[in-house]
Design a protein around this ligand. Structure first.
Ligand SMILES: [Fe+2]
Length: 382
């Protein structure tokens, strides 16, 4: 029997759970917390809620909001300086995937010397990290449960993937209420990211029965609730199901890793300040088409999870319908379908393909790829 390894933080899920953050910090022994967030979360009022809860718990705190999308190496290094000056003893991240990835990278640098780029790859961390509590506000990245932090190397214009069990937060607080302040564009983009996490982790070479159950539920929830979540900012039922979808997709990919969509998406995102989910939306159907041959049975499952009822067809036929259903969802919610729409320059295809081939996510893609296969997939997506 193969060995299965499965890791998870403590998870607190439910409306208004954001107000439990102060107590969570106390339980972890913190007394002076470093709160990483961004301007959008500050404006939406969620940072105030976190601060209020910390004050009620009698904690000292410092806020740091200098994080932008696709977080940069110099931003997390600035975060370390402020953390050390403030003599904090725990890190809270409140925001989307960029903010949470940055918060985890700051936690890493707070006890480990050098540049953030020294930690690119698997298990490079040498010293234990301070306690980490993450509050996702976008129902997308899954970073609140994952062992990854994706940080932009601004010199080389590439996204670095840092992987370590030390980056799995101690506590993830998922409060679906926070999703009501999200813009429609962000709901579309992060929703497709969740679908991509579900699909890529389900067909990953590292998938196990422990990850499949979460990946399947995430795919099914996205199929049922992403459209209504995009249609209304205040549809709480849809938001709650999308928060669960995001969490379960995060649990699945934290343990099964991802595939070619993410490897290619990281290569584009390293060069252009485009939302990660927007790039995934364009690449996902093309990569699915390429990967279908590797696992028609699982592709057929995806079709049934997305609503196919006819069981009298072959797995290959059902798998093709899965791709059609994904395309239909992308079209219905108005997600981007061509890289040229996002002003990506096609003269960079060769370089981006080389970068994608060497991304850690490519190792678990179910079908073998080469640079020329990636180039063809990029050209199809143009
Ligand atoms: Fe993603």
């Amino acid at each position: 029997m193969n060995v299965h390894k499965f890791v998870l933080p403590e998870i607190i899920f439910g409306n208004h759970t954001i107000s439990q953050i102060g107590d969570c910090c106390l339980r972890l022994g913190a007394s002076n917390v470093f709160i990483v967030s961004d301007e959008g979360i500050l404006e939406a009022g969620w940072l105030d809620k976190v601060v209020e809860s910390c004050e009620e718990a009698g904690l000292k705190y410092t806020t740091f909001t200098e994080i932008t999308i696709n977080p940069k190496d110099y931003e997390v290094e600035k975060g370390r300086e402020v953390y050390l000056e403030s003599q904090c003893d725990a890190v809270i991240g409140v925001g989307g995937g960029s903010t949470i990835d940055a918060a985890k990278a700051i936690a890493l640098l707070s006890t480990n010397e050098g540049h953030i780029r020294d930690y690119e790859g698997v298990d490079k961390i040498k010293h234990p990290l301070p306690p980490q509590i993450m509050v996702p506000t976008t129902a997308g990245s899954g970073s609140e449960v994952s062992p990854f932090s994706i940080i932009l190397n601004t010199e080389e214009r590439k996204k670095m993937t840092i992987i370590s069990k030390s980056l799995i937060p101690d506590i993830a607080i998922v409060d679906p209420e926070t999703l009501v302040t999200k813009s429609t564009h962000l709901t579309v983009s992060t929703g497709i990211d969740v679908l991509t996490h579900g699909i890529e982790s389900y067909i990953s070479l590292a998938a196990t029965p422990l990850t499949d159950v979460h990946a399947k539920n995430a795919i099914s929830l996205v199929g049922k609730y992403l459209r209504s979540s995009v249609a209304s900012q205040y549809n709480k039922e849809a938001k709650t199901h999308m928060a669960m979808a995001s969490l379960q997709a995060g649990i699945a990919f934290s343990n099964a890793i991802l595939g070619a969509v993410h490897a290619m998406s990281h290569a584009v995102g390293g060069r252009y300040p485009i939302l990660h989910g927007d790039i995934n939306s364009i690449l996902l159907p093309h990569v699915m088409e390429y990967n279908l041959l590797a696992n028609p049975e699982k592709f057929a499952d995806i079709a049934y999870l997305l609503g196919l009822k006819d069981h009298n067809i072959s797995n290959m036929e059902a798998g093709k319908i899965a791709i059609h259903l994904v395309n239909e969802l992308i079209e219905d919610i108005g997600a981007p379908q061509k890289l040229s729409e996002l002003q990506v320059d096609d003269s960079e295809i060769a370089e981006m393909s080389y970068t994608a081939l060497h991304d850690a996510c490519m190792l678990t893609n179910p079908r073998d790829v080469t640079v020329s296969v990636i180039e063809q997939l990029f050209r199809k997506a143009w």
